[in-house]
Design a protein around this ligand. Structure first.
Ligand SMILES: Nc1ncnc2c1ncn2[C@@H]1O[C@H](COP(=O)(O)OP(=O)(O)O)[C@@H](O)[C@H]1O
Ligand SMILES: O=C(OP(=O)(O)O)[C@H](O)COP(=O)(O)O
Ligand SMILES: [Mg+2]
Length: 398
């Protein structure tokens, strides 16, 4: 079902609440990659040029209902101000009297950013009263937060019940158009590369993605969960203990369906989780390799890199979500870089999605070599799985 677009919407003098995904990576309070902020700028400019009183809202990280300063959107407000060439005020909270007063004093063509919606547990609980407060006096809601469209939260779903129109922003439209259109009939072999840290969410899409994909490469913390499920010692590695049965089910399912499903043959491990730490590769698991007590898997190993790179070279269409390792530290970035380079060298369709995966590709200077960069990781996987994203479903039909 087509959804209302911001194109042609009359916003002159009206208060518009727009959900953006400003969940950007930060290091020591500084934004390390602003792709998601840049992605929202066309919609923001369009609405401001149209005379909207624009109120932006977003989450950042997972502060779990507490107003922790390290999860403040202040750096995002500053960066957006630089991109727009004007000051972007930040309301100290997303609801409450002060935010309401700041919203009321907006003039046509002015923009305000509300503080992190996840400072309140009601956001993720999609609490109706909280959503009503967030909607405030806005009559129009716009969702341009593709990266969060797979969440049915107050700021993505709940607010739509408290405004008269809910429209799709340009970034959201562009992402849906590409990812749904391009991946309907992907040229084969179609390879899915998964890794990263959000294992409990993302492992759940694998079974249904096997209907479409010919092969999977699994790295990152997700690989640890599979290796643990197979009975290997994984030391201090990050593991999702309640997903071990699902991991085994996925392995059995792949075998039954004849889908290639590659786990890293070996793992790069460390005793110290810090930049410059010493690392080593385990022996391949087939030769009895394991991650010893006191060590932690932080990247795929060298044998795995070789096998994965060969697999990428064979694929004609590939989507990658989730870094192979803790690429933020150069000592743990080898596997992620190798996958990024192999994809960049592939002449087929190369899609990279996810806040952190895209950050990695940008860090290696390879973004221009990819066919499509998506701001959504979990969102693009759920879309690929064939799901209707709740943040999209809630918008007004065109
Ligand atoms: N083996 C690992 N152990 C712990 N964290 C990991 C491991 N491999 C990757 N990561 C982390 O995963 C994070 C990204 O995961 P995720 O948010 O799921 O990906 P994306 O943002 O691309 O969708 C990165 O910050 C990276 O440091
Ligand atoms: O960063 C995000 O997703 P991603 O890590 O899958 O790219 C989105 O902002 C969603 O965040 P969430 O997974 O905490 O709901
Ligand atoms: Mg992420």
């Amino acid at each position: 079902m087509a959804k209302l677009s911001i194109q042609g919407l009359d916003v002159q003098g009206k208060e518009v609440l727009m959900r953006v995904d400003f969940n950007v990576p930060l290091k020591d309070g500084k934004i390390t990659d602003d792709t998601r902020i840049q992605g929202a700028v066309p919609s923001i400019k369009h609405l401001l040029d149209g005379g909207a009183k624009l109120v932006l809202c977003s989450h950042l990280g997972r502060p779990k209902g507490e107003a922790k300063p390290e999860y403040s959107l202040a750096p995002a407000a500053a960066r957006l101000g630089e991109l727009l060439g004007c000051e972007v005020a930040l309301a100290p909270d997303c609801i409450g009297e002060e935010a309401a007063a700041m919203r009321a004093s907006l003039e046509a063509g002015q923009v305000l950013l509300l503080e992190n919606t996840r400072y309140h547990n009601e956001e993720e609980a999609n609490d109706a009263d909280f959503a009503k407060q967030l909607a405030g006096s806005a009559d129009i809601f716009v969702n341009d937060a593709f990266g969060t469209a797979h969440r049915a939260h107050a700021s993505t779903e709940g607010v739509t019940h408290h405004v008269s129109q809910s429209a799709m922003g340009f970034l959201m439209a562009r992402e849906l158009e590409y990812l749904v259109g391009k991946l309907e009939n992907p040229e084969k072999p179609f390879l899915v590369i998964m890794g990263g840290a959000k294992v409990s969410d993302k492992i759940q899409v694998i079974n249904s993605m096997m209907e479409k994909a010919d092969a999977f490469l699994i790295g990152g913390a997700m690989a640890n969960t599979f290796r643990k499920a197979q009975g290997y010692e994984v030391g201090n590695s990050r593991v999702e203990a309640d997903k071990l049965d699902l991991a085994l089910e996925i392995l059995a399912n792949a075998k039954a369906k004849g889908v290639r499903f590659l786990l890293p043959a070996d793992t790069r491990v460390t005793q110290e989780f810090k930049e410059g730490a010493e690392t080593k590769c385990t022996e391949p698991y087939e030769k009895g390799g394991e991650t010893p007590e006191g060590w932690e898997g932080i990247d795929i190993g060298d044998v795995a890199i070789e096998e994965f790179v060969a697999e990428v070279a064979k694929a004609k269409t590939m989507i990658w979500n989730g870094p192979m390792g803790v690429f933020e530290m150069d000592s743990f970035a080898k596997g992620t870089r190798a996958i990024a380079e192999a994809m960049a060298a592939n002449e087929g369709v190369t899609i990279v999605g996810g806040g952190d995966s895209v950050t990695a590709v940008n860090k290696f200077g390879l973004d221009d070599k990819m066919t499509f960069i998506s701001t959504g990781g979990g969102a693009s996987l759920e879309l690929l799985e064939g799901k209707t994203l709740p943040g999209v479903a809630a918008l007004t039909d065109a």
